[in-house]
Design a binder for this molecule. Structure first.
Ligand SMILES: [Zn+2]
Length: 434
């Protein structure tokens, strides 16, 4: 039996469940605590669902009209939402004001460390990517170098400029009246050097602390699959689904597993390394030291190897060739899709999710080989584990990790809208960055 899971000690574990109001942390909530929770519920609702009339908030959140009016006024006074007269008023009488997240003003810094690149996005409240920067991640780049480069990307966004920040003015596009809710970084947990050496590492407190020190804001770090799972659960293909397995593939394969609305974190937040599930004991050696791990059959290297493509080829090129009818590429895709179904069958037998979402390169593998995956699943998974199961490509594509990192970063603000940011997480300008 799986008991409800707590957030891991890493403080980085996202807790999907955006549809629900925050769980009360104290048994006997006082008036202030109730107000804080209600403010959070309203802000979270418009953050996830977009502009919403006060009338609809009243019915969706089960609060009365005067309470919604007061909460919206408080959020508006804090600069977190705007209240506007609807543009298309069809009904007679006074229209219900529409409450909208102030996406241009309130933002989070969402970062990702991927096998071959670093990305930084400024994501506005409401989940809108306002700015996106990217830099290559050379082989052998140290975590410290990655932190320096990511911080530089964030600073460039802060200035709205190009490669070189202009001297002086670092205000946002709206004249400096911006509010940074914090930041988060999603880390692909497996990288491989040219000589085949595998590094299994990833997100940890030290990385988050180093980014926080560089940027003067609160940062959290999390595994890419966990964070992308959070994104798809909040506003993607698994929205509102509380039992899901998200599979992120690149060089390696990892999973973000949500059961009963809670992320499975394991000790130290290090669960979900499904890429090292042994599926083929007589198979190839894995960089982790074992043999026949799942990622040796479904990771990008496996696809390139089977397609006879030289190292460094984009897996997308192989998938495109398969789509164009190239026989070798098609067979490579079929074999990888078959192994994908093999592993998914094992996972669904264990976790019995309602949906399995494919992200990273596995998104494309699934899109091209869905029938093969399903066929393998149908021969291996128990009927009780597969008959209700949906298999889906991720809806957020390559931005899932950035969107999810922003969700993680917005967590404090959404839990306590009037105190969960600002002073605690000053923006780059306030932090005195130059
Ligand atoms: Zn392994």
């Amino acid at each position: 039996m799986v008991t409800p899971l707590r957030r891991g000690p890493r403080r980085a574990g996202p807790e999907p469940g955006a549809e629900q109001p925050p769980a009360p942390p104290v048994p006997a909530a006082g008036q202030e605590e109730i107000r804080r929770q209600n403010l959070g519920a309203v802000l979270r609702y418009v953050h996830v669902h977009g502009p919403t009339s006060r009338a609809e908030l009243t019915s969706r959140l089960g609060l009365n009209r005067s309470t919604i009016r007061a909460l919206a006024a408080d959020l508006s006074a804090a600069g977190l939402v705007s209240e506007d007269v609807p543009t298309s008023g069809r009904r007679a009488g006074r229209p219900s004001l529409v409450v909208s997240p102030r996406s241009e003003r309130v933002y989070a810094n969402a970062l990702s460390i991927e096998p071959a690149r670093l990305r930084a996005a400024r994501v506005g409240l409401g989940g809108r990517i306002l700015d996106l920067r990217e830099a290559p991640r050379p082989r052998g780049m140290s975590p410290a170098e990655a932190v320096t480069e990511l911080a530089a990307l964030v600073r460039r966004m802060g200035t709205g400029g190009g490669d070189d920040p202009p001297a002086g003015d670092a205000r946002g596009a709206d004249g400096g009246d911006t509010l940074c809710a914090g930041g988060a970084v999603a880390v692909a947990d497996t990288t491989r050097d040219d000589d085949g050496t595998l590094h299994v590492g990833g997100a940890d407190d030290a990385l988050a602390a180093a980014l926080g020190a560089e940027l003067g804001a609160g940062f959290v770090a999390g595994d890419m699959a966990d964070i992308a799972a959070l994104a798809e659960h909040t506003r993607g293909v698994a929205a509102g689904i509380n039992d899901l397995v998200y599979l992120h593939g690149d060089t390696g394969v990892s999973a973000g597993i949500v059961t009963g609305g809670r992320l499975v974190t394991g000790h130290g937040g290090a669960s979900g390394k499904v890429g090292h599930m042994v599926v083929n004991p007589g198979g190839r050696g894995c960089g982790c030291g074992s043999r026949g791990c799942w990622e040796t059959e479904v990771g990008t290297q496996a696809l390139l190897r089977r397609a006879g493509a030289p190292a460094g080829t984009s897996p997308i090129a192989v998938l495109r060739a398969a789509a164009m009818g190239d026989a070798v590429a098609r067979e490579a895709l079929r074999a990888v899709a078959d192994w994908l179904g093999f592993g998914v069958a094992n996972l669904v037998n264990v976790f019995n999710p309602d949906i399995v979402v494919f992200g990273g390169t596995l998104r494309e593998v699934y899109a091209g080989g869905a029938r093969t995956v399903r066929r393998r699943l149908d021969t291996m998974a128990l009927p009780a584990s597969r008959e209700h199961l949906h298999l889906r490509a991720g809806a957020l594509g390559p931005d899932a990790a950035l969107i999810g990192a922003a969700e993680l970063a917005f967590g404090a603000l959404l839990s306590d809208p009037l105190n969960g940011t600002a002073a605690a997480h000053p923006g780059p300008r306030d932090a005195g960055l130059r």
